[in-house]
Design a protein around this ligand. Structure first.
Ligand SMILES: *Cc1c(COP(=O)(O)O)cnc(C)c1O
Length: 396
């Protein structure tokens, strides 16, 4: 579309959707698609979920926005529910994942200054993705995201993911680290999971050195991995926890949470947002979280995720081209031995929405409400497509 008024930030696929219901989307020509990506881990409750529609319509007709100058009972209620499910003490609502991570970075720096560090550093990981604002693109471990936007923000140190020795070495050689920011599973970076030893080791190192452990659960949160938050698979807590994507089921909202001393760091004047936690957004968050809880969607994500992994293994396990199956719950990656971005267009033609990340990893993030038979259909069709594609000699 040469005459589009939009900036050229996206390479868009040649399809537009007109409506959705559950795990199904219908395009403007009337063709149906099975949604294996949920708007990138956003629509965990699927499309047009009645609880979300109701909260949106009811609140839109009552009160959309006032301002954080005033009390917002819906924000209090959403915050109560979210911190309870997340095991945190306090929350600040913002409008996106990047903004939530900006809040975390500010908490990390405040903590550092309180410890008397002049220029506090935040430790971040290779292949990380934390967003597109200047601080979060600096924290991101991908040159493609950063190139052209230098000078980058100072105050970040990078180290290898899943390499506890590397982290120990950095903490031994410098005294200015204030916090560690890490994803439990690297969603954009190819569905690589942090090992339990790595995360638990980071928790211990943060305790020893009095650093904040800050988890970016923008993508892994809100039931996606089979827990409300991925860290809940372990028996410790982070100091700071960020989330967004699944929190509003498509309504743009993010959250930075904290527990213990970290929850008391922000004081009046430190941080703010015009839109964060409006009555409308808060009503939606409450509806989403209550639905996740009422319908046991964490357990469902865990169960269907295991079923899908086993079924993918059955279809593709014997192939040399399969390098690994990655992920947890309904955050799954099929790593192939070659670049496979082409599969996205082929799947689209076949009526499946999938994504490829890190060049050679097919990523599946279906709605948490997906049924067993829909999950089987997604896996069967996708695996047939992958096999056909692997067997077709490259054209030209
Ligand atoms: C998507 C994502 C972000 C950025 O969220 P936006 O809402 O696009 O700003 C940050 N961190 C992780 C892990 C993500 O997956």
């Amino acid at each position: 579309m040469a005459d589009s008024a939009l900036m050229h930030t996206y390479g868009r696929l040649p399809v537009a959707f007109a409506s959705g219901k559950g795990v199904w989307l219908t395009d403007t020509e009337g063709k149906q698609y099975l949604d294996g990506i949920s708007g990138i881990a956003v629509c965990g409750l699927g499309h047009a979920h009645p609880a979300v529609t109701e909260a949106l319509c009811q609140q839109a007709g009552t009160l959309v926005h006032t301002s954080n100058l005033y009390q917002i009972p819906h924000q209090e209620a959403a915050g109560q529910k979210l911190t309870q499910l997340a095991g945190m003490d306090r929350v600040f609502f913002c409008n996106s994942g990047a903004e939530a991570n900006e809040g975390a970075i500010k908490l990390g720096r405040l903590h550092g200054h309180q410890k008397g560090i002049d220029k506090p550093q935040i430790l971040v990981m290779e292949n990380a993705f934390h967003g597109r604002t200047l601080a979060t693109l600096t924290a991101t471990g991908n040159r493609k995201v950063q190139a052209g936007f230098e000078p980058l923000v100072s105050g970040f140190i990078r180290c290898a993911y899943n390499d506890l020795e590397a982290v120990k070495n950095i903490l031994q050689s410098r005294q200015d680290v204030a916090a560690i920011l890490v994803e439990p599973i690297q969603g954009e970076g190819g569905l690589q999971s942090a090992s339990e030893e790595f995360l638990t080791g980071l928790r211990q190192l943060c305790d020893e050195h009095q650093l904040l452990l800050m988890l970016d659960e923008v993508q892994t949160g809100n039931g996606r991995t089979g827990h409300y938050f991925a860290y809940q698979a372990y028996d410790w807590k982070p100091d700071v926890l960020t989330t967004a994507k699944g929190l509003g089921n498509g309504f743009p909202i993010g959250a930075v949470m904290a527990q213990g001393q970290a929850a008391e760091l922000f004081q009046p004047g430190h941080h703010g947002s015009t839109y964060g936690g409006t009555p409308l957004g808060s009503a939606v968050v409450k509806a989403v979280l209550e639905t996740l809880e009422r319908d046991n969607l964490c357990q469902q994500a865990a169960r269907i995720g295991e079923r899908m992994q086993a079924r993918i293994q059955k279809h593709l396990g014997g192939l040399d081209a399969l390098v690994s199956l990655r992920g947890r719950g309904l955050m799954l990656g099929i790593e192939l031995d070659r670049p496979c971005a082409e599969l996205v267009g082929l799947a689209l033609e076949a009526g499946l929405l999938i994504n490829v990340t890190a060049g050679s990893v097919v990523r599946l993030l279906p709605p948490l409400i997906i049924s067993e038979s829909e999950a089987d259909q997604l896996v069967d069709q996708l695996c047939e497509l992958i096999k056909d594609w692997l067997n077709t000699p490259p054209t030209s």
